[in-house]
Design a protein around this ligand. Structure first.
Ligand code: HEM
Length: 476
């Protein structure tokens, strides 16, 4: 193997079978992380594939020349209506062309103003309204319908039907992202069953099997990886309308109708909808779970104090809220797995190693956030205060890889941050949350999915307790 000089297990010189076996068993991310623990920041994981964790490598792979190396054909799997969207374009030039069209609608200034932000606020209030309804019941904040396939959960539901309540964070995420795509034609998954059903088709979709990843190149020639007729239909119909508000992505696409045809518009919108549901929903779910633990009581108290003492401040002016969210994104990246790229023609030097062209190289957020102990000391600990220190702030922020980095990093980052801060502010200024007694740490362990993660038990039961002096009707 041309990669023989790199650290890594001997078997990886000859075969990628072990890596594929781990993928089939939904253990790729953890396996690669264990290899980093053993071999350090650079590790050969297959004869043609290397994983890195340092800032030098991350910068080279994802930021060199603006948007880093081209994507590998793994991304062919995610084509929609047979079209390439911004996410699935493989090379820089095609990507840059599409991004130039879309970027301004996701700029922080566009997200954080007027009707855009008001829509997020409205949806967060709708979520609060459901918290109020829950009273002292255990509330499942995970995507919920998945659980219907779980016999244990169904048994629990029969036994505790009177005290089990559901408010899906994924429904909130779907309503927020469709608001940004289509207002006034966004979804109402929190209040409307048909919309919720549509969201369930796209959220945490079990049809995306790990096997698809392994055979991505071949499978994508033959199969449509997702079957989401309700969402397809919603997006195709909504994107035909011409009344989208000026802050929405749809209005931008309409302005560009001369260069983006209707199917491309719908494909782009569906892609953003899918990209914005599990990611935001899962991050909030893991973060609220962490905050609900007895070890985090002091953090919840501090967060509530900051929020209640500063009702006049905007969501972007609350330092402890920001610290809690950054730490949530660090500890629980919704996409913890490698983001694969191809070394360009002629090969490159990455983190001091010569890597030949066409080698698949990547960093995975799960390991980047744990291996750099000089930047994130005591990395396994949920410790928001690390984000409150001025010293090292720039290093911490540039290494936070949950949204990736460089020109192909997450375009929805500002939208996602606004959604998450709004919901956390609204919930934790009125409630404190505790885990339901039936929940275990194992059931909330990270379950490796094709691209995102989710709780192993596919459920996150929390209790919402009104804080003293809270008028819970305010949420209505
Ligand atoms: C916590 C929430 C989110 C996280 C953690 C997240 C994470 C990521 C990551 C890691 C990537 C790079 C993927 C890769 O290179 O394979 C990405 C790309 C992308 N994300 Fe997000 N995302 C989030 C929310 C959103 C939202 C709300 C939207 C909706 C608009 C969105 C739309 C996209 C798109 C369109 C891309 C492709 C960008 C490109 O190729 O230039 N994401 N996201």
């Amino acid at each position: 193997s041309p990669l023989r000089k790199l650290p890594g297990p001997t078997a990886s010189l000859f075969t990628s079978l072990l890596l594929k076996w781990k993928e089939m068993n939904a253990a790729r991310t953890i396996y690669i992380h264990a290899l980093h623990d053993e071999y350090g920041p650079v590790v050969r994981i297959a004869p043609n594939e290397v994983s890195f964790t340092s800032w030098a490598a991350l910068k080279e792979i994802y930021c060199s020349g603006g948007s880093g190396y081209d994507k590998s054909d793994f991304y062919n799997l995610f084509r929609i209506f047979g079209r390439r969207t911004m996410f699935t374009t493989l090379n820089k030039a095609d990507h840059a062309k599409r991004k130039r069209i879309l970027a301004d609608r996701y700029a922080n200034t566009n997200v954080m103003r007027g009707a855009s932000l008001e829509g997020i606020q409205e949806r967060s209030r709708a979520f609060l309204h459901r918290c109020t309804d829950a009273g002292s019941s255990a509330t499942d904040v995970f995507v919920s319908r998945l659980n219907e396939s779980n016999p244990d959960w169904n048994l629990g539901r029969t036994l505790f039907a009177d005290r089990l309540h559901q408010i899906s964070l994924h429904a909130y995420a779907c309503d927020c992202v469709t608001h940004h795509l289509f207002h006034p034609n966004g979804s109402d998954c929190i209040g409307n069953k048909a919309d919720e059903e549509m969201m369930h088709q796209v959220a945490a979709d079990d049809s995306l099997q790990t096997l698809h990843r392994i055979f991505a190149g071949i499978l994508s020639l033959f199969v449509k990886p997702r079957s989401v007729p309700l969402a397809d239909n919603y997006v195709l119909e909504t994107s035909k309308r011409t009344d989208a508000a000026s802050f929405t992505l749809m209005s931008r696409l309409e302005e560009k109708a001369a260069v983006v045809d209707p199917i491309d518009m719908a494909a782009e919108c569906l892609d953003h909808m899918v990209a914005g549901i599990d990611t935001t929903g899962d991050t909030l779910c893991f973060l609220m779970w962490e905050l609900s633990q007895p070890r985090s009581v002091h953090l919840q108290r501090r967060l509530a104090e900051e929020l209640r003492n500063n009702p006049e401040l905007g969501i972007d002016q609350l330092p402890f809220l920001d610290a809690v969210l950054c730490e949530g994104l660090r500890c629980y990246p919704a996409i913890p797995m490698s983001l694969p790229r191809l070394v360009p023609q002629g090969g490159r030097v990455v983190d001091g190693y010569s890597i030949p062209e066409n080698t698949i190289v990547s960093c995975q957020p799960h390991s980047v956030h744990r291996m750099n102990k000089n930047v994130y000391p005591d990395p396994e600990k949920f410790h928001p205060d690390r984000w409150m220190e001025a010293e090292g702030d720039a290093d911490r922020r540039r290494l936070l890889f949950s949204f990736s980095n460089g020109g192909r990093g997450c375009i929805g980052k500002h939208l996602a941050i606004a959604e998450m801060k709004m919901l956390l502010r609204d919930v934790y200024s009125r409630y404190y949350t505790t885990p339901d007694a039936s929940m275990t740490a194992e059931s909330m362990a990270m379950s490796d999915q094709l691209i995102s993660t989710r709780p192993l038990g596919k459920s996150c039961l929390l209790k919402f307790h009104a804080l003293p002096g809270t008028d819970t009707k305010e949420g209505c």
